[in-house]
Design a protein around this ligand. Structure first.
Ligand SMILES: O=c1ccn([C@@H]2O[C@H](COP(=O)(O)O)[C@@H](O)[C@H]2O)c(=O)[nH]1
Length: 271
């Protein structure tokens, strides 16, 4: 998906909402468990209930890999369902990959060619040769970890290097030379919203994927206020558990839809 296609969808829906499909078989309503593929059926119901409020979906690979071959099949079916029924939606493989170049190239093939995701999250810490194999796929995106939402996110990322920059600033400064804002985004946690102003000095116009609202305590309004790009929305704000487990009873899809609608209405105020 191109940047202008993503931006057009955001403006049409007045939303930067990304729904996280962190589908944990232990947490989905009991009646799904009798079905052949509970994870896929649950995802399908969530997607159908929330797609009008969202512009992106982000399955986190851990929840699929944890189920072995069956989990991988659920992931593949979820992607096919999204691509066939809602091709306008942006898809993110939250896989946090990155390895020596030879290996990264195989990860890129797996996620971009085999599974046909629009984007993948990549860890930057093995350096440029570990990230570059993911770049150069037309319409595909790399989403590089910059300043993550977890409590330990500052252990290394906020450390100052001898050159003076903090590690996350060095990641932004160097990596923004590797590719344009048409194929490179960054992960910044909503729990680190106080850094957004500084981050926008380094990358004024790149898209930021912002997880951490809802369950982790970040807020949409703080992110929208400080994180917008200079010439576009420039944000995708993710909520996973806050939407998909808004209710764990029979009314889970309605509850997910109303949570997504609430987040979208808040986003619309800034778009
Ligand atoms: O810095 C990061 C990077 C990735 N994540 C992922 O986003 C979702 C958040 O889930 P919630 O249930 O909305 O808290 C999850 O898949 C994380 O692995 C992140 O939280 N922070």
């Amino acid at each position: 998906m191109t940047r202008s296609e993503l931006e057009a969808q955001i403006q049409a829906k007045k939303s930067v909402l990304c729904v996280g499909l962190d589908t944990d078989i232990e947490k989905i309503p009991a009646h799904f468990k009798q079905l052949e593929d509970p994870i896929f059926e649950f995802n399908k119901a969530i997607i159908d209930a929330t797609h009008q409020y969202a512009v992106a979906y982000k399955p986190n690979l851990a929840f699929y890999e944890a189920e072995g071959l069956k989990g991988w099949q659920s992931l593949e079916k979820t992607l096919q369902y999204l691509n066939q029924n809602y091709p306008e939606l942006f898809t993110i493989a939250d896989a946090k990959r990155g390895d020596i170049g030879n290996t990264s190239a195989r990860y890129a093939k797996a996620f971009f060619e085999e599974l046909n995701f629009d984007s993948i999250t990549v860890a930057p810490y093995m350096g440029s040769d570990s990230v570059k194999p993911f770049l150069g796929y037309p319409g595909k995106w790399v989403i590089l970890l910059a300043l993550t939402s977890n409590p330990g996110g500052g252990d290394f990322q906020l450390k100052s290097l001898s050159e003076g920059n903090q590690l996350y600033q060095e990641v932004l400064g160097q990596s923004s030379q590797w590719a344009s804002e048409e194929e490179l985004m960054y992960v910044v946690g909503a729990t680190k919203a106080e850094y957004l102003k500084e981050i926008r000095k380094w990358v004024p116009n790149h898209y930021l994927l912002v997880p951490g609202v809802g369950a982790q305590g970040g807020t949409v309004s703080e992110v929208m206020e400080h994180g917008k790009a200079s010439s576009s929305a420039g944000l995708l704000i993710n909520s996973s558990r806050g939407i998909i487990y808004a209710s764990q009873a029979e009314d889970f899809a309605d509850a997910a839809a109303s949570e997504a609608a609430k987040l979208q209405a808040e986003m619309a105020r800034f778009l």
